[in-house]
Write a protein that binds this ligand. Structure first.
Ligand code: B12
Ligand SMILES: *[C@@H]1O[C@H](CO)[C@@H](O)[C@H](O)[C@H]1NC(C)=O
Ligand SMILES: *[C@@H]1O[C@H](CO)[C@@H](O)[C@H](O)[C@H]1NC(C)=O
Ligand SMILES: *[C@@H]1O[C@H](CO)[C@@H](O)[C@H](O)[C@H]1NC(C)=O
Ligand SMILES: *[C@@H]1O[C@H](CO)[C@@H](O)[C@H](O)[C@H]1NC(C)=O
Ligand SMILES: *[C@@H]1O[C@H](CO)[C@@H](O)[C@H](O)[C@H]1NC(C)=O
Length: 417
């Protein structure tokens, strides 16, 4: 009897896993629907034929139901044409899921990714958790395409996560939850009980780590990790000890959207599925019938406040205490920029005033990343990067999005992850 009960429970989980559980208590109120439509339009319109294709945008628009079919087609073709050899593990995984969400065959990309994950060597147990973000995407993509052959790879990945001792990272925890939930739901009947125990144990640990980081206002981690965390909490078979109030999270996020916090297309791509009650686990179920292009109801354009032409002063420090004994520096400059300028303008103004503040950026899915300052460049092998801080607090946006205030002290500190 106990046996059949266990079987029934497992069976029900398998069913629940095949689609996102209904969360009717946590959907966008109809009054705020135009706000969400506006966000989706903003994301879709960010796509241009010159920019490198962003698979996360295609996944989000397909999960939400695309408005702009031209953009959908363009992104799909660009991704079909991309060469797997130029992509990282995570980018390849996103490309596979994006093509799947457009009902295209990702071709040999799946076997290439599988080969890479079979050879994947997890570094030491103290490796920063965020380095598991790309591999989590890989397990998720492989699970959706080929769950049985992915089992041993996912088991190795899960054991590595369990053994890791570095501080918890919300985005990575959320992505690992999606990946291992997919695997958990697809363990073949009659296979070793060990897989279920292992995946269940890791999921329980991660979900507990997520739940203790739910703030009183519903934000999970930071506002930019909340979208992925919502996806994770809505699919996981392991429920957290502390109950999650999804409606509270939704209300706060909608409020942040109204404040204009989600204008970066990538930030929209990561929040939109949750606003539509979807998760990355729904990617294989997207229906691609060529339905009519529905025109969304958009919000009334908020009257943009004319920005005053006055200037502000930003105190800007560049600090390298890490690399090259004879190259260490810690210098500060005051720069004057137009009020409302993004941080990038401050860096450009500093560079113009003093050549020591010379910097370079690299284009990424999130926009320009500051890759080098005063000839000191980030390096993946050394795990070094330029961290941006306001006072002692790390910024939660990059240079093209963050708007400094008057007399703010911004530091770019060369450090390790
Ligand atoms: C890993 C990671 C990093 C690593 C990347 C290097 C590495 N090899 O691991 C490091 C530690 C360098 C990093 C740095 C920063 N990060 Co970061 N990062 C992530 C994380 C957890 C995963 C990214 C990833 O692997 N994606 C998967 C691959 C397949 O996609 P990809 O496009 O190829 O990934 C690249 C970009 O994401 C880029 N990148 C990573 N972070 C950032 C941040 C910005 C602003 C930009 C432009 C690019 C960028 O590096 C990735 C590897 O090359 C994401 C979480 C998320 N939800 O996306 C946060 C995330 C993207 N980072 C974020 C932030 C805020 C930063 C910093 C600004 C933090 C700071 N105070 O300094 C800095 C960038 C500063 C600068 N020099 O310009 C935010 C961005 C939010 C926003 N609205 O802009 C995120 C979403 C985390 C969060 N939830 O708040 N990050
Ligand atoms: C959960 O958080 C604790 C403390 O930060 C950490 O030791 C543990 O490894 C985390 N577990 C997972 C699976 O991330
Ligand atoms: C760098 O300079 C700042 C401001 O001048 C100072 O507060 C800080 O202690 C310095 N840090 C190091 C490591 O020298
Ligand atoms: C820079 O600004 C700060 C505060 O706004 C001020 O104390 C400092 O003297 C200024 N430094 C220079 C070099 O102008
Ligand atoms: C105001 O800021 C702009 C850059 O945004 C700069 O070019 C200009 O010199 C500043 N004006 C003054 C008076 O500092
Ligand atoms: C700047 O980076 C150095 C080297 O990693 C580190 O020791 C220091 O604590 C960092 N400073 C801040 C303010 O984070």
């Amino acid at each position: 009897m106990a046996w059949s009960a266990l079987y029934l429970v497992n069976f029900l989980w398998a069913m629940a896993g095949s689609s996102t559980q209904s969360r009717s208590s946590c959907s966008v109120p109809s009054a705020q629907q135009p706000l969400v439509n506006g966000l989706q339009v903003l994301m879709e319109n960010s796509v241009t034929s010159s920019a490198f294709p962003n698979p996360s945008v295609l996944i989000a628009m397909n999960l939400a139901g695309a408005y702009n079919l031209e953009v959908q087609k363009l992104l799909t073709y660009q991704l079909m044409a991309s060469d797997a050899a130029d992509l990282t593990i995570g980018q390849l995984a996103l490309t596979i899921m994006a093509l799947t969400s457009s009902c295209r065959d990702p071709g040999n990309r799946v076997s290439i990714l599988q080969g890479q994950m079979e050879n994947w060597v997890p570094s030491s147990t103290s490796t920063q958790a965020s380095t598991f973000y790309g591999p989590s995407l890989a397990i998720l993509a492989l699970c959706q395409k080929n769950p049985e052959t992915t089992l041993p790879i996912a088991a190795r990945f899960a054991k590595t996560l369990l053994a890791n001792s570095s501080p918890f990272n919300m985005d990575t925890g959320a992505m690992a939850t999606l990946a291992l939930t997919c695997m958990y739901n697809k363990i073949p009947v009659g296979s070793e009980e060990g897989y279920r125990v292992l995946f269940g144990q890791v999921l329980k640990d991660i979900v507990e780590n997520i739940s203790i980081r739910i703030q009183d206002n519903g934000i999970i981690g930071s506002i930019y990790s909340t979208g992925l965390a919502m996806q994770a909490l809505s699919v996981t078979p392991e429920k957290p000890n502390k109950e999650w109030n999804c409606k509270e999270t939704m209300d706060t996020i909608l409020n942040e959207i109204e404040q204009g916090k989600f204008h970066n297309p990538m930030s929209i791509a990561q929040i939109l599925p949750s606003l539509k009650g979807k998760t990355y686990l729904d990617v294989p179920q997207v229906s691609c019938s060529p339905d009519n292009e529905v025109q969304p109801t958009l919000p009334n354009q908020p009257t943009t406040v004319p920005t005053s032409a006055s200037n502000i002063t930003v105190i800007y420090t560049i600090n390298n205490q890490l690399r090259g004994v004879d190259l260490l520096f810690n210098v500060t400059i005051n720069v004057s920029v137009k009020s409302g300028s993004v941080l990038l303008v401050v860096l450009e103004e500093a560079q113009r005033k003093n050549p020591m503040f010379k910097f370079e950026t690299t284009m990424t899915s999130w926009g320009p990343l500051v890759s080098s300052i005063n000839n000191i460049a980030e390096n993946v092998h050394h795990k070094t990067y330029w961290q941006l801080l306001s006072g002692k607090t790390p910024l939660n946006e990059g240079v093209a999005d963050y708007i400094p205030f008057n007399h703010e002290h911004i530091t770019a500190n060369f450090t390790q992850y």
